[in-house]
Design a protein around this ligand. Sequence first.
Ligand code: ZN
Length: 158
Amino acid sequence: MFDDLYGELIIDHSKRPRNCRAMNDANHRADGHNTLCGDKLRLYIKLEDERVTDASFEGSGCAISTAAASLMTETLKGKTRAEALMLLETFHAVLTTDTPVRRDLGKLVVFCGVREYPARVKCATLAWHTLKSALATTIESTDLVAAEPYTPVLVTTE
Ligand code: ZN
């Protein structure tokens, strides 16, 4: 089961997450929490002319949620807001329904095996749900400075 669930890419990204840092000049930000597993994450997006120029996250969670956030932030860079939301819809559909795996998911196909384990689907989609709320609100840089510091240290529990 673990071979199916934890592909090589997932293991790599959970152990060495990319873009795992706070971002001071983000103009979109949201916090996500998967109560089922205990995964927590804060997502930062920098959107310029409707295109993602930077994406990062901080948080603590299981291997799948960490790898999902890492691969998502990597994938988002360079995408327009519309492309990002379309990818979110596709990713969500593939993980929660029997939608055939789509090639336009790119590297994200590694999460397709997760749909066989419904309890883990929320781990894989947490970052994406958080992306949706981040894109729905714009923050001013002054809000960021005033925001409470986010402390969870990234700990992978599996
Ligand atoms: Zn989890």
